[in-house]
Design a protein around this ligand. Sequence first.
Ligand code: AP5
Ligand code: MG
Length: 215
Amino acid sequence: MILILLGPPGAGKGTQAKLLARDLQVPHISTGDMFRDHKARGTELGRQVDAIMASGGLVPDDVTNSMVKDRLSRPDVAGGFILDGYPRTTAQADFLDQLLVSLGRRTDRAVSYEIAHELLVDRMSGRRSCPSCGTVYHVTANPPRKGGVCDREGAVLVQRDDDKAETVGRRLQEYEAKTAPLKRYYQERGVLTEVAGTGSPDEVLATTKRALGRS
Ligand code: AP5
Ligand code: MG
C-alpha cells in the first residue's frame, strides 16, 4: 500500500505513521525526519535546510523532490510505504505522481488528519523527543516514565527548534497556504479520506485502519 499522511503540523502524522508502519510492515518515510537527520550529521544538505526549517518555512521543492526520489529508489519500498510530511505543495504532488507513474505504481490513499487549531499549538509546544533514538513524547498526553528522560535510551529529551512559539505560527500559515490545497488534489483523484485526529493515538490508529479497510 502506498499511503500519504496529510494534516497540519502537530496533527499526529509522525505518531500514526510509526504505528501504521509497524502494523502494515512497510517503511515510514518522513521528509522532516530525513532533513533533521541530515542536520544532526552535519551534511551539506543539513546546512542548506537548517535556517529554513528553524524559520518554519518550506524547503524548496527541487531539493525535497530529489531527496524523496533517491529514497524511493531503495528496494525496501517494493511492498509499499507511508509518506509523512510529503508531498507538501502541489508541485511536489505532481512530481510524486509522475515518479510513481514512471515506476508503474500509484497512490492508494491519502489520509488527512483533522484537528482544531488550539490542539495543534498544544501538541507542538508540549512535544519532546529523544536526541538519540528519536522517540516522540508529549509532556502531558504521552509523558516519559521519568520526567524529561527517554524511556528507551535514558537520554535527556529535547524540544524541536521549530516547536518554539514564534515558529509555530509560521508553520501553520505555510500549511494553510501551500499544503491544505492538497486535500482537494487527492479528493479529485478519489483517494482522500479524512480522519479525526483527536482521541488517543490508539483510537486514531483504529479509526485510520477502519478507513483503510485494514481493521
Ligand atoms: P515535519 O517534521 O514534517 O513537521 P510538521 O509537518 O510540521 O509536523 P510535525 O512533525 O510537527 O507534526 P506531526 O503531525 O508529525 O505530529 P506528531 O505525531 O509529532 O517538517 C518539519 C520541517 O521540515 C518543515 O517545517 C519544513 O521546513 C521541512 N519539511 C519537511 N517536509 C517538507 C516538504 N515535503 N517540503 C518542504 N519542506 C519540508 O505529534 C505532535 C505531538 O502531539 C507529539 O508530542 C505527540 O506525542 C502528540 N500526539 C500525537 N498524537 C496524539 C494524540 N492522538 N493525542 C495526544 N497527543 C498526541
Ligand atoms: Mg512529524
